[in-house]
Design a protein around this ligand. Sequence first.
Ligand SMILES: C[S@@+](CC[C@H](N)C(=O)[O-])C[C@H]1O[C@@H](n2cnc3c(N)ncnc32)[C@H](O)[C@@H]1O
Length: 331
Amino acid sequence: MNAQRVVQQLASLADETRTRLLLVLERHELTVSELCAVLQMPQSTVSRHLRLLMGEGWLVSRAEGTSRYYRLASGLDVGARGLWEVVRNAVAGTSEAVQDVERAREVLQRRRSRSQAFFSTAADRWDSVRAELFGENPELVALLALLDPSLEVADLGCGTGGVAALVARFAGRVVAIDESPAMLEAARRRLEQLPGTGEEVQLLEGRLEALPLESASVDAALLVLVLHYVAQPERALSEASRVLRPGGRLLVVDMVRHGRSEYAEQMGHVWPGFEREQMEEWLGEVGFVGHRNHPLPPAPGAKGPLLFAAAASKPVDTARAGSDNLLQERE
Ligand SMILES: C[S@@+](CC[C@H](N)C(=O)[O-])C[C@H]1O[C@@H](n2cnc3c(N)ncnc32)[C@H](O)[C@@H]1O
């Protein structure tokens, strides 16, 4: 630190208003009008001192809407920090500084009161305000951020790749498998349009009953709205188990058993959804453990049957997972 700089910085600290501003702004980020209320000084005076402190690098500011917030710069050099500590120790106990601390507390309480006042009257309309600002349930997608970013995921029966594209934003690698070249082509086009997800999703043509994947090669397997197309669901579940690493997780999303017989004709459904007990039995047969079945709340406006999410794990103890291959051996 050169001598001229030290003298300049000492000069900027040699003023009671400026040291009071620095003391307050070291603890809180405040606007000019809030600082006027704390120091009980006119805006012109406060603004003039703020300008000087900004110019000397003591403060930083950020704009937020129509307001500008000021605070002590976090990146002060060692010399400046040393000078400030000496001055702070000398002035922090003065009666003005003590009163400033009290008034700053009140100013911040007023800020909180504004939000408290809003929420005290907004309880009835908050859900619609939230949906209008952020859409329906933005947190549902955000929950995927809880995934371990190194996770390797297999999306089995990926269709047009919507799930794979979503998961790829959060997981390490996604391999997406489907038997339909037309669906895979649509998935490829979707992924091309989403910068950043293309590299993490590998599209493969293959059947769920004989997956084109090495055994124990992924951490999670997804069967989303596909199991009701598979004539022998236990075969697909057995294959999912084979490709999962020990401790890997399976997620099945499908329809709760329903009576819409027209779906077989219209969309080629093989199964009219599934009962919880049936899923539990198949998952147990192929060696999954810890089955949990959650009925999903109906989405507003959805016309189809209710859905469930069934999750289960491949045992960490691979001796138990040996039963995975039971079905294949029986073939
Ligand atoms: C209703 S789509 C669902 C796609 C996607 N999972 C989703 O949620 O949008 C079902 C997909 O499963 C594929 N599929 C059906 N049976 C299959 C099988 N045995 N092996 C591989 N893919 C299959 C179909 O080609 C279709 O793309």
